[in-house]
Every structure is written in C-alpha cells, then in structure tokens.
Design a protein around this ligand. Structure first.
Ligand code: HEM
Length: 360
C-alpha cells in the first residue's frame, strides 16, 4: 500500500498568507499612527481636546470650546458682487440661502459668566440649494494668538488650573508668551478688548484665510468678516449681576425685528501672509460686500438646530477653498473629536436628561 501524501500548501499560498498578514499589520500600524498609540508624545486631536477640557471642565453633551451659546437661524441674501470672484452658487445675484448659526463665547464652561471673556463668536452653516454646505466659525477679534496646533496646545497647557489653587499659575502663560513673539498682535489687541453687552454689535472675523475660485479658474486669497448693521450706540457695557446678559439682550433685540450683518470679503495683496493667522493684513485691502446675513430667530442650544452641527471650517462649497494655514486642518480634526464626544454623551439626545439638568 502506498503511504498517503502529506498535504502541504504550495509555496505561492504561503506567500499569499504572508502578504495578507503584512497588509493587516500595515492597517493596524496606520490606525495606531493616526490614533497616536505608536508615539505617545505625538500631538493628536484627542490631546488637544483633552487640554481644552482640562481648562473648561468636563460638561457632558457640550462643545469642548465655545461651550456657552445660542442657536440662531435666518438667511443670507446675496447682492451678486462676489459672483465674479467665486463660483459658489450662494453668491449669485438675488440668491437667498438659509443659515443655521450659533452665537457663543469661547471657553469650555457652558455656565461661564458672559463677562468672563472679551470675545464673542458667530458660527454659520449656509445650506445651498444644490445640497452643498458652507460652514464657518468666526471670532470677534482681528488676529489669533498662535499660528500652529502645537502652539495652541502649549497655550492651553500653560493656562491649566494649578491643582493647589484652582487657578492658572501666572508664571506659565508669561513664559509661554515670552517664548512666542508671534502672539504680540493678539496681546496688543486683547489689552484694549472689553466684553461687549451684546452679540449683535460685534464684527466677527474668519481670521484664517481661504481662497475664492472664479469661473476662469483663478484663485483669490481672502479673509471674511460679518460687520453688524446694528450700531454700537446703546452698547453701554454688560448689565451688572446677570451672568447670561447676552442671551437676554439677543431675545430682546429679536423681539424688535431681524438683525443684520454684511458679509465682507477682504482680498489679500501680493505678499500678504495667507497661511499665518497671527498676522493682520493692512486696513486698505480691497473689500467686497457680498450681501447680508439676516437673523430672525433664536433657540436654546440644548435642543435647537445648531446643537448637532460641527462648524468645521473646512466644509466648503465649490468656489471656496482652504488655504495652507495649518490651523485649518487642526481645527477640523479637533472639532470632530469634540463633536464625537458631545454627541455620544448622556444628556445629548432628546429623552435623556438635558445637559442643563445635569448641572448641580
Ligand atoms: C488649532 C486651533 C483651534 C482649535 C484646536 C480649536 C478648537 C475648537 C473646538 C474643539 C471647538 C468645539 C467644536 C465643536 O464641538 O463643535 C471650537 C469651537 C469654535 N472655534 Fe475653535 N479652535 C481653534 C482655532 C480657532 C480659530 C482660529 C477660530 C477663528 C475664527 C476659531 C473659532 C471657533 C468658533 C467660532 C467655535 C464655535 C463653533 C460653534 O459655535 O459651534 N477656532 N474650537
């Protein structure tokens, strides 16, 4: 009788298994790299958001920065002036685009007093008729303190509360600013900044630059701002004693009628820095008024239409493009991390306890 032959995989099958193993290991390494597991010291979106959270506290269901705010809705009425510079359909003459917005204050504490910080913010999602979206988050300040994600992270760490006192150690931000001369323009501005009594008298700025793309394919570097029609008169300082005066003021003003901002595009001149948010452009740059943002309704953020919006500044319609400013990708990644945290926490979904009810 013949011995049965031992069945061995042919040589090419063994190679196939080895190759599959390599591909799987490659994917695992890629996930590890992105997740930051392979290099614990590497700066990841998670570490940035952890640093924001260490300063603002952990408030389930809330944004990890700009946590306190209100939802607003309305529309953008284009006057057509920007159509020669951008193919984005919302800039067509006479076009009206619905917007879902959010007025807020920076910081991770949704219970902070409105007077605690001299900066207000305005985020907008434009819902274009063809299904495209434009999302932007603007701050009421002309310049950002830092130009990179690493410096942003280091600034958060420098302002962490000292466990002994519950307050930041003043020596640390001092050392940070001394080591970061690019913060000079921001520091000069912040010296003169006062918390405004109203969201609606503020000028909000994109700070980061973007490109408009015209029908001939030409790119134009721009920054944009929302300039209020509401006059500063009557903005006589915050109402004493009320930590939530901004929401009260907004409700009162909307009771009297819609609020308006002009969307102004500021064009860079040759040589203006496009990828550095710490550098202002001179005041005399060409500016085009693209139309009017009209806000006619507000709602609490706990269940309003802005709650589940991630105002990621890299979500753009055709005709607007990101610049090479490294803050833009860093923002996109950090906002996604913050969004995933808050939308997966108890208190976020209707029917579970509202975030406010969880507050002592
Ligand atoms: C590396 C730099 C930055 C980081 C890491 C960062 C981080 C964040 C995070 C985590 C949020 C919460 C997002 C969410 O949960 O939906 C946020 C909100 C916001 N940030 Fe930034 N930010 C940066 C730079 C900027 C700059 C340059 C501006 C300038 C205009 C800005 C304006 C805003 C605004 C307006 C919001 C509120 C959006 C809303 O109302 O939902 N941020 N930021």
């Amino acid at each position: 009788m013949q011995e049965p032959e031992t069945r061995r995989p042919p040589a090419h099958a063994a190679w196939r298994w080895a190759l599959i193993g390599l591909v799987v290991a490659g994917f695992a390494a890629a996930f590890g790299y992105v997740g930051g597991w392979l290099a614990p010291g590497r700066l990841t979106p998670k570490r940035i958001v952890d640093a924001l959270q260490a300063n603002g506290g952990e408030h389930p269901g809330y944004r990890r920065n700009h946590a306190k705010g209100m939802c607003v809705t309305g529309r953008f009425e284009s006057n057509g002036s920007l159509a020669t510079y951008s193919t984005a359909p919302l800039f067509g003459p006479g076009s009206s685009t619905p917007v879902v917005g959010r007025l807020a204050i920076p910081g991770g504490n949704p219970y902070a007093a409105d007077s605690s910080i001299p900066i207000r913010s305005f985020a907008l999602r434009f819902d274009l008729a063809d299904g495209e979206q434009w999302r932007t988050g603007m701050n009421a300040m002309p310049v950002f303190p830092v130009s990179t994600a690493k410096a942003f992270y280091d600034l958060q760490v420098a302002t962490h509360p000292d466990p002994a006192t519950g307050k930041p150690d003043p020596a640390k931000p001092k050392a940070f600013f001394a080591a970061h001369p690019e913060t000079a323009a921001f520091l000069a501005w912040v010296k003169t900044a006062r918390p405004s009594a109203s969201y609606v008298t503020e000028t909000y700025e994109s700070i980061n630059a973007f490109y408009l793309r015209d029908a001939a394919g030409e790119r134009h570097a721009v920054r944009w701002k929302a300039v209020p029609e509401q006059p500063p008169a009557g903005d006589g300082g915050p109402a004493a004693g009320d930590p939530d005066f901004l929401a009260a003021d907004l409700a009162k003003r909307l009771g009297e009628g819609p609020l308006r901002w002009h969307l102004r595009m500021v064009f860079a001149a040759d040589g203006d820095p496009v990828d550095d948010a710490t550098k202002v452009w001179p005041d005399d740059r060409q500016t085009v008024d693209a139309g009017t943002i009209v806000i006619d309704h507000m709602e609490a953020q706990d269940d309003g239409p802005c709650r589940d919006v991630n105002y990621d500044p890299t979500i753009l319609p055709r005709g607007i493009e990101v610049s090479g400013d490294p803050l833009l990708v860093a923002r996109s990644a950090a906002y996604a991390d913050s969004y995933l945290r808050r939308t997966s926490e108890e208190g976020h979904l209707p029917g579970t306890a509202s975030p406010k009810e969880n507050h002592p």
